[in-house]
Design a protein around this ligand. Structure first.
Ligand SMILES: [Zn+2]
Length: 53
């Protein structure tokens, strides 16, 4: 899954990254290389979207 989004502060393209949760699962997030801001990936049906199909 690719997320094409820009930082609301810097207008920089966000890079995909992953955040590891305490339970070991991985959540895709988008980070801004400029201000190091992080946003979580969009959610689907109230649940985090993952690579699981
Ligand atoms: Zn930024």
């Amino acid at each position: 899954m690719a997320v094409n989004a820009s930082c609301a502060s810097c207008d920089e393209p966000l890079k995909n990254d992953y955040l590891k949760l305490d339970d070991g699962s991985m959540v895709q997030i988008s980070i801004c290389p400029e201000c190091e801001g992080k946003i979580k990936s969009p959610q689907c049906c109230g649940e985090d979207m993952t690579c699981l199909i």
